[in-house]
Design a protein around this ligand. Structure first.
Ligand SMILES: [Zn+2]
Length: 57
């Protein structure tokens, strides 16, 4: 069996300025519906909470 060294990362991109503000590791063993993730996060550039888009790297 291959060792699992490469775990996918998710980047959270601001929906307004398109900056990648968050870089998180995808939880292991869980099927996360990344496309449906639209968390509201604080964006330093917009200086407010905006809807972020999740992207798998
Ligand atoms: Zn922004």
């Amino acid at each position: 069996m291959a060792t699992r060294t490469r775990r996918p990362y998710i980047t959270l991109e601001c929906g307004e300025c398109k900056r990648n503000n968050y870089y998180i590791q995808k939880p292991k063993g869980k099927a996360v519906e990344v496309d449906n993730l639209k968390p509201s996060k604080f964006c330093k550039v917009c200086e407010k909470h905006t809807e972020h888009k999740a992207k798998v790297k």
